[in-house]
Design a protein around this ligand. Structure first.
Ligand code: DCS
Length: 484
């Protein structure tokens, strides 16, 4: 008999077996199969704007092209092909490296770019930052993973996560062997923070012997799309201060804001504005990325985190962990530089940059409205407005007969609904259970990223499917529609 394989599924790391990452889960796999069979799939399961046709901004790609191919800078025709500010910026970035993009950088990233991040933070928040407390990362995900890895020691260590949450958190907490402590966002109040529930959850977790060590919040929210108010942020900071909890501020959607009442406010600014003792005592890590905003450069894998009030020896330990991977990818770092330091009003490339970025953002704002309105016009569906980020998270009231049919098919009711939707229309979404939802409620997440041109048709297909589904399971068309 052949010996059992070392990587026998029974023998691998239990944490890996247990973790679930729904954004690339059952629905995504089924969508990929259908695509192979020739069905047209609309991939609204991932916030991946370029995959749905968004064009890259010109200036950053010009700079990147020159950085990748520095011989072009010496070409006599370079001035005909590239604007002077792109050439100057590429030269600057190359001067930050020790041998161009092919050389490893410091494990926290290139010092010149970390300084650009600090300049951006000073301008955004009005408070200075220290380049040694900025870590550049391969996307925000890597940074979140590094932090969770250093925070969690064993199963008794708890991390507070909003529910619904983005499954990077649930999956990584599982991976590093910790415990997710949920706190529920209030859907009836536009997915706002419910500090009372938060308090109760912490008390309940502590009663079970969990050390609640950190709190994650996502602002603007994924999948929920809400923007936190200043008073919400203050409450969170005061709460974490009183309870001695470290804050993980996921602010990757800070440029994706589609209303004017609550502009983005960083946790760092609100913390500093609060003054002593908070500003010197609350431990805060803030994350950002080039994947979102109007950049949408998901494939470039650029991000950073900033450490505030973290013990210097813990910073050293994080640096050591980052060193194991030698260096974040250098092109991704350059994208971070370009994001935090875009062309300025007197630069040659400014008008084009402004036009391109504004048109993407304005279109996203319109799409946020089209989607929310579309969902709210559907039978048995209610949906909070997407105030920010890139997603719609409608609540679907599933008829008991549909819940029973799902059970008979061995599927969670929302998974059942999303698979039917996919098979009928090609629209690939993620069931709410992948993010967490209140017991007995069902949701789905879709991005607001289909092009404006395609959006009416996508919403129409959705509405038609939903009408037929509801009719079939609410009994009014019981006889001829049961094939659903
Ligand atoms: N944090 C949040 C809240 C996110 O939504 C994402 C990506 C990340 C972090 C990580 O992004 P990067 O590693 O690319 O910087 N969002 C995924 C999602 O929900 N759909 O697409 C990607």
């Amino acid at each position: 008999m052949a010996p059992t394989k070392v990587l026998d599924p029974e023998n691998i790391n239990e944490n890996i077996k247990n973790l679930v990452y729904a954004v690339r889960g059952e629905l995504y796999i089924r969508a990929s199969e259908l695509q192979k069979e020739g069905k047209k799939i609309i991939f609204t399961n991932v916030g991946n704007p370029h995959a749905l046709g968004q064009k890259p901004l010109t200036f950053p790609r010009q700079v990147m092209a020159l950085c990748q191919a520095p011989f072009l800078i010496d070409d006599p025709n370079v001035d005909l092909l590239f604007p002077a500010d792109a050439i100057a910026r590429a030269k600057l970035y190359l001067s930050y490296t020790s041998g161009g993009l092919g050389a490893y950088s410091d494990s926290r990233g290139l010092p010149g770019i970390r300084q650009e991040v600090c300049d951006f933070l000073l301008q955004r928040d009005g408070y200075p930052s220290d380049p040694d407390l900025i870590f550049l990362t391969d996307g925000a995900s890597k940074g979140v993973m590094q932090l969770l890895n250093i925070i969690v020691r064993d199963k008794k260590d708890g991390i507070l996560c909003p529910i619904p949450q983005y499954p990077l958190y649930s999956a990584t907490i599982e991976l590093v062997g910790g415990t997710l402590v949920p706190y529920y966002l209030n859907e009836e109040n536009n997915w706002g923070l419910d500090i009372k529930d938060l308090r109760q959850q912490v008390a309940a977790a502590r009663n079970k012997g969990i050390n609640v060590r950190a709190l994650v919040f996502i602002n603007p929210g994924n999948p929920t799309g809400q923007c936190l108010s200043e008073s919400n942020l203050r409450d969170l900071i005061e709460f974490c201060h009183n309870e001695n909890i470290l804050m993980l501020a996921d602010e990757v959607y800070q440029q994706n804001i589609y209303q004017d009442e609550r502009p983005f406010l960083s946790a760092k600014k609100v913390l500093m504005d609060l003054g002593l003792p908070y500003s010197k005592e609350v431990e805060l890590v803030s994350f950002h990325t080039v994947s979102k905003g109007y950049w949408g450069e998901c494939g470039q894998r650029g991000g950073y985190f900033e450490l505030t009030n973290i013990h210097p020896k813990a910073v050293d330990e994080l640096y050591k962990v980052a060193s194991i991977s030698l260096s974040p990818n250098v092109p991704g770092q350059i994208f971070v530089g370009l994001m935090v330091n875009p062309p300025k009003p007197n630069d040659i490339s400014y008008p084009r940059y402004l036009q391109e970025s504004k048109s993407i953002l304005e279109s996203l704002r319109r799409r946020a409205h089209i989607m929310t309105d579309g969902f709210n016009s559907c039978r048995n569906i209610t949906c909070n407005f997407t105030e920010g980020a890139m997603y719609s998270f409608p609540k679907v009231k599933l008829p008991p007969a549909a819940v029973a049919a799902a059970k008979a098919a061995g599927k969670a009711p929302d998974v059942f609904y999303c698979i039917k939707l996919l098979e009928a229309t090609g629209i690939s979404t993620v069931p709410g259970s992948g993010f967490g939802q209140k017991e007995g409620t069902f949701h789905l997440r879709t991005t607001i990223l289909p092009s404006e041109e395609d959006m009416p048709e996508v919403m129409q297909m959705f509405k038609k499917f939903n009408d037929e589904f509801m009719s079939a399971y609410e009994g009014d068309l019981l006889t001829n529609n049961h094939h659903l």
